[in-house]
Design a protein around this ligand. Structure first.
Ligand code: ADP
Ligand code: MG
Length: 677
C-alpha cells in the first residue's frame, strides 16, 4: 500500500478492495469518504483466546470460542450437501485431532493443504465423540498474534462485507487519512481533560487497552453532546420570545375535540392541553417539549393541538421520523378527528408519495385546502409551501436534527413548535438538554390498562418462555423478540437475529409466521416487514433494537429480550414500551445471558417498575462503567456514542463548554454519527 496521504474527503473507492458493490454497501451505511469510515466506530471490543492444544480441549469448553494451530491430516473433502457445498477434514496439531467444516468455500481444499499450518478460530462444537469447528475463521500465525493481547474492535458490518475485509479497509483508512484538525478550542482540551480529536478518532479503533479506549471515547462522547447542545442553543436564540402571528383561544376547540374522542383524556393529558392553550394565547411563539412515557398518549395531545389550530383557521404539520410512523399517525388522526363533515382535511407526504399525488397535495397545501400535513422529513423539502402554517409538531424528535426542525419552522411565519419525546428524562437532565425550552410532562398513563407483567429468566428457562409465546400467538396475539446482534459471532456468543429467527421457524414448524428485522436490511424491506407486522400478517418479529420508537401495535402482547444484560436501562424500557398498549395482559421477558451483579440489579429494577421516570432516576444513581456504547441504545436519543445516563458527567462538561463559548469559537461543525444495528 502506498504511504502517500490521501485527503480525508477521499472516496472509499480509492481503497484497495473496494469495487462498485462494496462501495454501494458502504454507502448504504452512510460511508462514502475516508472520514466517514473513521467515524464508523466499533460496536464493542472482544479478546481473542490464546491458542490451545487440541489434546487439552475438554467438554466444558463446548460452546466457547477457541483457537488451534493445526494442519489438515489429508486433503479436505468436498461434498455437495442438499443446499450447501461442504468442505471438511481432520486437523492435527501434533497433540491431537479434530474436525473442521466450512460451507460455500470449496477452494479451501487448495489453501489448507496437509503440511500447511493455520490458526483456526471458532466456536467449539462436539460432533459425536470428536470436537469440531464449524466455519472457523482462518489466520496465519502472525495475523493471529497481532489480534492477541489487545482489544479487537467489532463493527456493525455493511451488507456483504466480512469482518476481515472491513478491518482491512479500516486499516487502510487509518494509514491514509491526514491528521484531523481539531475544531475544539485548545483551552477546552486542557480544561476538560480531552484528547485531541485526531488521537481520539484513531485510538477508538485501535486502543492499547481499555483505559486508552475510555479516554478516546470520552472525547467522542463529548463531541456528540456538544453538538446537540450547541444546536439547541442556536435554535433557542432564533425563536426565543418572538412575537407570534398566530394568537388564538384554543379552549373551546380543545373541549370539542375531547368530546368527540372514544375515550376520556387523562388528567395528565388535560393538563398539557391546557398548557398548550395558554401558549397559543400568550402572544409569543410556543417552543414546548412534551415528555411522556411510552403509551402515555402523546398522539392525542398532538391531535388536540392540531385540531385547535385548524379551528382557528390555520394549518398544522406533524412530522415523524419514519414512513411507518407517519402512516400510523395519519390513520390515528383520521380516527381521532371523528367522522363528522366538519373536520380538518389531512394529507400525508412521504418519500414514497407518487408524483401526481404529491403535486395535488402541494397545490392543496398552498391554497389552504389541506389543513394538516403529516409526513416524514419529506415535509422539509423546499417545494412544500403552506399558506398559513401555525403549528409544527415533531414526534420522537431526537431522530431529527435540530437544524431540520428549524428548516420546517422557517416555512411559515414562525409557527409554534411542539416536540414530543418518549425518553423519560429526569427533570434535572431535561433542563441541561433543553435549557429554557418549556417542558410539559404527561406523568400518568391512561387508566384501565393492565400493567405489564415482567420476568427475568435465565437461558435454561427459554423453552418455557417460547412455549408461552406460542400460546399467546395461538390465541391471536403477536410477539417481539429482541437480539443484540444481527448475525452469529463466536467471540461474543450473543444471540443474533439471523440464527434465532431461522431456529424459531424450525421449532414452530411453519405454523407460526416468523420474520427478521434489522438495520442492515434495505429501508424499503424494513418498512414492508413493519407494515406486515402492523397488519397482523407476521406473528413473531425477531429484531435488533431497530423496532420503531412509537409503533403502536396493541395486539402485540409479548416481548422477549435476549441478552438483556447488554442493553442500557433506558433502552430496555423503551423497547418494553412497544407492548402493553392494548387491553390484554402483556408480558415482558428479560433473558439474562450472562449473570453479573450489576446486570441483575438493573433487570431487577425493570422487573419491579414499569415507570420510566422512576427507572431513569435510578439509572442516574447507579451510573457505572456499564456497557460501552450508545450503540445498543434504541432509536431516540442518539448522541453518537454517548448515553445520557451513563455519561452524565461528560454531558455536564459539554454543557459547561457550550455556555462558555465565545462568538469567535463558532466555526467548525462537529461530526457525529448514528449507529446502525
Ligand atoms: P405515546 O405516548 O407512546 O405516543 P400513543 O399516543 O401512541 O402513546 O397512545 C397509546 C395508546 O393509548 C393508543 O392506542 C391510544 O389510542 C391510547 N390512548 C391515548 N389516550 C388515552 C386515554 N386517555 N384513554 C385511553 N386510551 C388512550
Ligand atoms: Mg407516540
Amino acid at each position: 500500500m502506498s504511504k502517500s496521504i490521501a485527503k480525508a474527503t477521499a472516496r472509499v473507492t480509492e481503497l484497495r478492495g473496494v469495487g462498485p458493490k462494496t462501495a454501494a454497501s458502504l454507502k448504504e451505511m452512510g460511508i462514502e469518504t475516508l472520514a466517514d469510515l473513521l467515524r464508523h466506530y466499533p460496536l464493542r471490543f472482544v479478546n481473542y483466546p490464546e491458542i490451545t492444544e487440541i489434546a487439552a480441549l475438554t467438554d466444558e469448553e463446548v460452546g466457547n470460542p477457541i483457537a488451534v494451530h493445526a494442519e489438515a491430516v489429508r486433503e479436505l473433502v468436498r461434498r455437495a450437501g442438499t443446499r450447501v457445498q461442504l468442505c471438511t477434514g481432520t486437523f492435527s496439531d501434533g497433540s491431537g485431532e479434530m474436525l473442521a467444516t466450512w460451507y460455500h468455500m470449496p477452494y479451501l481444499r487448495n489453501t489448507l493443504r496437509p503440511g500447511r499450518r493455520a490458526v483456526l478460530f471458532g466456536k467449539l462444537n462436539a460432533n459425536g465423540k470428536r470436537f469440531e469447528l464449524q466455519q472457523p475463521q482462518i489466520f496465519t500465525a502472525e495475523q493471529y498474534e497481532k489480534l492477541l493481547h489487545r482489544p479487537v474492535p467489532q463493527y456493525a458490518l455493511p451488507k456483504g462485507i466480512g469482518e476481515k475485509t472491513f478491518a482491512s479497509l479500516m486499516e487502510q483508512a487509518l494509514a491514509l487519512s491526514p491528521p484531523l484538525t481539531d475544531w475544539l478550542p485548545e483551552r477546552f482540551l486542557e480544561r476538560y481533560e480531552l484528547l485531541p480529536e485526531d488521537r481520539a478518532v484513531r485510538e477508538i479503533h485501535r486502543p492499547q487497552d481499555m483505559d486508552h479506549f475510555a479516554a478516546a471515547r470520552k472525547r467522542i462522547v463529548f463531541d456528540g453532546f456538544f453538538r446537540f447542545l450547541y444546536d439547541v442553543r442556536r435554535m433557542k436564540e432564533t425563536v426565543r420570545n418572538e412575537k407570534s402571528d398566530f394568537v388564538f383561544d384554543a379552549k373551546a376547540a380543545m373541549t370539542a375535540f375531547s368530546a368527540g374522542l372514544p375515550f376520556t383524556l387523562t388528567d395528565a393529558q388535560k393538563k398539557v392541553c391546557l398548557e398548550i392553550s395558554k401558549d397559543f394565547m400568550s402572544g409569543s411563539v410556543m417552543n414546548r417539549l412534551v415528555q411522556g412515557d411510552v403509551g402515555s398518549g402523546k398522539t392525542a395531545v398532538a391531535a388536540a393541538a392540531l385540531f385547535s389550530v385548524w379551528r382557528a383557521g390555520f394549518q398544522g404539520a406533524l412530522m415523524a421520523p419514519t414512513e411507518v410512523l407517519a402512516r400510523q399517525h395519519y390513520r390515528t388522526l383520521s380516527e381521532l378527528f371523528g367522522a363528522s363533515e366538519d373536520r380538518p382535511r389531512i394529507g400525508i407526504l412521504t418519500g414514497s408519495t407518487k408524483a401526481k399525488e404529491r403535486r395535488e397535495l402541494l397545490e392543496g397545501l398552498a391554497k389552504g385546502e389541506v389543513d394538516i400535513l403529516i409526513g416524514t422529513h419529506a415535509l422539509l423539502e423546499e417545494r412544500v409551501v403552506f399558506s398559513a402554517l401555525a403549528l409544527v409538531v415533531t414526534d420522537e424528535q431526537h431522530r431529527f436534527g435540530v437544524q431540520q426542525r428549524k428548516t420546517l419552522s422557517e416555512k411559515g411565519k414562525q409557527p409554534h413548535v411542539l416536540v414530543m419525546s418518549a425518553t423519560p428524562i429526569p427533570r434535572t437532565l431535561a433542563v441541561i438538554l433543553y435549557g429554557d425550552l418549556d417542558i410539559s410532562v404527561i406523568d400518568a398513563r391512561p387508566t384501565g390498562r393492565t400493567p405489564i407483567k415482567n420476568a427475568v429468566i435465565e437461558k435454561q428457562d427459554r423453552p418455557k418462555a417460547l412455549l408461552h409465546i406460542k400460546r399467546e400467538v395461538e390465541s391471536g396475539h403477536q410477539a417481539y423478540i429482541v437480539c443484540p446482534q444481527v448475525e452469529a459471532n463466536p467471540l461474543t456468543a450473543l444471540e443474533n437475529v439471523e440464527d434465532y429467527s431461522a431456529a424459531l421457524r424450525v421449532s414452530f414448524r411453519g405454523e407460526i409466521t416468523v420474520e427478521a428485522l434489522h438495520g442492515r436490511m434495505k429501508e424499503a424491506e424494513k418498512q414492508r416487514i413493519m407494515e406486515r407486522f402492523l397488519a397482523g400478517e407476521i406473528s413473531v418479529l425477531v429484531a435488533t433494537t431497530v423496532i420503531e420508537v412509537g409503533v403502536d401495535v396493541p395486539n402485540a402482547t409479548v416481548m422477549m429480550i435476549e441478552n438483556a444484560e447488554r442493553f442500557g436501562l433506558a433502552t430496555l424500557h423503551q423497547l418494553r414500551g412497544r407492548i402493553g398498549r392494548g387491553k390484554d395482559q402483556a408480558y415482558c421477558i428479560f433473558v439474562q445471558g450472562k449473570k453479573s451483579r450489576e446486570g441483575s440489579e438493573r433487570l431487577g429494577l425493570l422487573q419491579r417498575s414499569n415507570d420510566g421516570f422512576e427507572i431513569a432516576a435510578a439509572d442516574l444513581k447507579q451510573r457505572g462503567p456499564g456497557e460501552l456504547f450508545g450503540a445498543v441504545q434504541s432509536g431516540e436519543l442518539t448522541f453518537g456514542l454517548g448515553d445520557i445516563y451513563n455519561d452524565y458527567s461528560v454531558l455536564q462538561l459539554a454543557k459547561e463548554a457550550v455556555d462558555a463559548l465565545d462568538q469567535a469559537d463558532f466555526n467548525l461543525p462537529v461530526v457525529h454519527k448514528k449507529v446502525v444495528l
